[in-house]
Write a protein that binds this ligand. Structure first.
Ligand code: C2E
Ligand code: CA
Ligand code: CA
Length: 607
């Protein structure tokens, strides 16, 4: 039963609302009518003992969720907070009477259809008539008879469930309808605001459905719509099962049929709005497959418009309008595609998309080159090593900075072959320099998160070291502090494996990732690289100076080598000299250089 299926999110909303109010809801264990008994009952009575009796009677019938309101003045406010399914209302109360509340309920936009059962000691038939006249659903005389109370409540809730089924669900697809969508969205937006979450709204509009309807007939078209709803639900399930990083683990998605050939999908708790594109893309693909109806193949195309909260708007109706406009826009342009209503998100997304498709070919076309930035000893000015920095000169698009393509390479998994390429290129280069008589210098290579998390990574590194025939003692792997702190348990294991292989380990961008020095003393780390952001402000900014000298002081005490990155001015270098930093890198000495350029400045033994 559709109504029952949807009672679960309703329940969670109530829990949320109760949290907001600091109210606990009470649960009995009996569950004779598991679905109706999930509904929320509000009791308004100035006598607490009556409310306790009503609750106790209903609990024996399995009901579990109650709100008791003693102060009749607060009844409407509490209803708005807790969204009950039924109201049991005393008539005679001081200040605000049951009649007043009934009147307010029947004129309330949200609650005007809510069932209200009047409970009263009054034997005056006029009171009863007046209450029924004002829209009371039913009447119960006090003192209450337990079986009559339970019977009336059950009948009323059953009638409500049937009414809701008709009012809030689409008969054809059994999906919740536009009414439910708007209602749900109000709650979802409140929740998103409270928990600071992002939300994506997908307006899924079928491109050519009027024509299909006319061609295959209404009956067959209905069948196609039913199958479309199932396919979209299938995609949602699949995305969940795959644990795709579209949303956080406990993300929620709700699908609605808004009108004839339009569906809406709400993705709650999206981590990154662009990820809604993954879901949209799959839905379009799923609908693109032909439908088999009445012995014929029917081809449907879809346009999806996406709006995001709170990036574009915090208002329900605006978000709905934006998503629908974006769907119209893409439908008119080409159809069979999706579009973000936000121009900036579209821009970022299409840039990413084109980088992704170019990246795939770049490795085959050998478009990557390694550059090397010298690491210089502060005290002597002698080059002691180089850091490998990846450069991509794409065919047709020119230079693309690593900040733009490394995250995409990570997401697509391309970082694994790319990372192997970098390591072997770098290690082979070092071996070549050594063969041509350069002094023994160190080579640093940057690692990304995906590489580091790959369980086979240490074997890969080991193989590359063997193949290139270099001494591991001259190799340093740079791992950013934030990467290290993300999964410290795994990191410790991997770091020890590298350390046993004789490799040096460096913590990059140090100072930005909130790691504690106590961790550092337990890790097999050899070097700290102080982040550029601190260096750029020395020696003028006192706070940055303090941070830098504290890091240098502590690192020295832990026996770690220190490297400052991004040195552009003499004054910065002077400060580092004074504070006894070991090495530095930066434009002051040299920008990253090509292999032949760097070879020129490497200290020579003989050549
Ligand atoms: P990073 O590891 O912190 O690299 C230092 C960045 O600072 C480099 O930028 C370098 O060119 C730049 N830089 C060096 N000296 C100065 C200076 O004096 N002033 C200023 N303003 N900048 C300076 P680049 O090459 O654009 O690399 C950016 C980031 O991309 C790197 O940050 C690193 O996280 C990543 N990256 C670069 N190459 C690789 C790679 O081969 N593998 C991986 N996984 N990441 C890489
Ligand atoms: Ca680095
Ligand atoms: Ca760095």
């Amino acid at each position: 039963m559709r109504y029952l299926r949807f009672s679960i999110p309703v329940k969670s909303d109530n829990t949320f609302k109760m949290e907001m109010q600091g109210i606990k809801y009470e649960a009995a264990h009996q569950d004779s009518h598991p679905h109706l008994t999930d509904l929320t009952i509000m009791i308004v009575d100035d006598e607490v003992s009556t409310m306790e009796i009503v609750k106790a009677y209903l609990e024996t019938a399995g009901y579990r969720k109650f709100f008791q309101v003693e102060q009749s003045r607060q009844a409407i406010m509490m209803m708005e907070e807790t969204n009950p399914d039924i109201l049991l209302l005393d008539l005679m109360m001081p200040e605000v009477s049951g009649f007043d509340i009934l009147k307010a309920v029947r004129t309330h936009t949200k609650f005007k259809h809510m069932p209200v059962i009047i409970m009263t000691v009054s034997t005056d038939p006029n009171d009863k008539l007046k209450a029924l006249d004002m829209g009371a659903t039913d009447f119960l005389a006090k003192p209450l008879d337990p079986s009559e109370l339970c019977l009336r409540v059950r009948n009323t809730l059953e009638a409500k469930a049937y009414h809701d089924q008709l009012a809030f669900y689409d008969r054809l697809t059994s999906l919740p309808n536009r009414h439910m969508f708007l209602d749900r969205m109000d709650w979802i937006l409140k929740k998103a605001e409270r928990y600071n979450e992002k939300l994506a709204l997908l307006n899924i509009a079928l491109d050519n459905f009027d024509r299909i309807n006319a061609t295959i007939g209404a009956g067959a078209a209905d069948e196609v719509l039913r199958q479309i709803a199932m396919r979209i639900e299938g995609v949602i399930r699949e995305v969940d099962v795959l644990g795709h990083p579209v949303n956080n683990e406990n993300s929620l998605r709700s699908l609605f049929r808004i009108e004839g050939s339009t569906f809406s999908l709400l993705l709650e708790r999206v981590r990154n709005e662009q990820n809604a594109a993954i879901v949209a893309d799959r839905i379009i693909g799923a609908i693109r497959e032909p439908f088999h109806v009445d012995g014929q193949n029917v081809y449907v195309r879809t346009s999806i418009g996406i709006s995001v909260y709170p990036t574009e708007s915090e208002d329900r109706d605006t978000l709905v309008k934006l998503a629908s406009r974006a769907a119209d826009y893409i439908k008119n342009r080409s159809g069979d595609s999706f579009y973000f209503s936000s121009r900036s998100v579209n821009k970022i997304y299409s840039k990413r998309k084109s980088i992704e498709s170019m990246l795939k070919k770049a490795l085959e076309r050998d478009e990557f080159v390694l550059y090397y930035q010298p690491k210089v000893e502060v005290s002597s000015g002698v080059v002691k090593g180089v850091e490998t920095l990846l450069r991509w000169k794409s065919d047709g698009h020119g230079y693309i900075p690593p900040e733009d393509f490394i995250p995409v390479a990570e997401e697509t998994g391309l970082i694994i072959p790319l990372g192997e390429y970098i390591l072997s290129k770098a290690f082979n280069q070092l071996s070549e320099w050594q063969k041509t008589g350069r002094d023994l210098i160190c080579m640093s290579v940057n690692l990304s998160a995906k590489q580091f998390q790959n369980p086979d990574f240490s074997f890969i590194v080991n193989r590359i070291i063997k193949n290139s025939n270099v001494d591991a003692r001259f190799l340093t792997l740079e791992i950013t502090e934030s990467l290290l702190m993300k999964d410290i348990e795994h990191a410790i294991d991997t770091l020890y494996r590298f350390s046993e292989m004789g490799l040096n380990l460096s913590i990059d961008d140090f100072g930005t990732g909130y790691s504690s020095f106590s961790y550092l003393s337990d890790l097999p780390v050899n070097e700290l690289k102080i982040d550029k952001s601190f260096i750029s402000n020395i020696p003028d900014n006192l706070k940055s100076c303090n941070i830098v000298s504290t890091i240098l002081f502590l690192a020295r005490n832990l026996g770690l080598k220190t490297v400052a990155e991004g040195i552009e001015k003499e004054a910065q270098l002077d400060y580092l000299k004074k504070e006894q930093c070991d090495q530095y890198q930066g434009y002051l000495f040299s920008k990253p250089l090509s292999s032949s350029e760097v070879c020129e400045i490497l200290p020579k033994k003989t050549c």
